[in-house]
Design a protein around this ligand. Sequence first.
Ligand code: ADP
Length: 257
Amino acid sequence: MKNKAPIIEIKNLYYRYANEDVLKNINLTIHKGEFLAILGPNGSGKSTLIKLMLKLLKKQKGEILLYGTPIEKYQAWEKIGFVPQKANAFNSGFPATVYEVVRSGLTKKTGMFRFFPKDVKQRVQEVLQAVDMEDLIHRNIGELSGGQQQRVFIARALIGEPDIIILDEPTVGIDRKRVDTFVHLLERLSKEKNITLVMVTHDLGTILDKASHIAWLNRTLHFHGPVQDFQNLDQTTIKSFYQTEFETLGEQMEEKY
Ligand code: ADP
């Protein structure tokens, strides 16, 4: 992993809302091909961190480099796909088909002009195939289950042919039994298409044997490294990451092993 190109470099990053410090001195480098899970308790700054990476928030102090370019000057947003939190929140009456939702991923930013109009349909079919959803292309998005809607949003991110996909809590709202299949799909995309994945999640149990790296955030970065190193941490160290989350974390680890 060491000799692979860094895609996202975060250096001495701080962020503050009104009068609340949310991120303190974050240093984090993400390399090509990694599947990074960002874990941490509620309110620990995970969403804030990914919003900063996507320039949805303006950084206040520190540096963010995307493909070696300072984020302020970065242009090639088509390389970076985003699946937002609650992407799966459409009700059954929402007037858009799966096809339309996926096609809407081709914005000016994500390379709309790279395809001839006649090729767009084929492209939509291809990305739906990649997430095993091609049969539902003409269905209304609101008729699908939470897990199916999330797959459609992955396809929507894929249509811009991104190098990296950033996902904010994608397993929320997905049936427990289907979470494993969903994360497995992400792992497959990461391996087959060499897409770098950054995923915010609470779901430690599901992610541990799929992610390649873990970042444990609680306003500061308590741990960042390969998943094997995380698994070798002792309970006292993990406990020190965040006392009140420990019971849940302990339970999830027990479930897994
Ligand atoms: P996480 O994703 O880990 O749950 P967030 O990044 O969403 O954490 O939030 C971190 C902290 O910042 C929380 O205490 C939250 O209340 C606060 N926060 C988030 N967004 C805003 C905002 N727009 N304005 C003020 N405070 C915010």
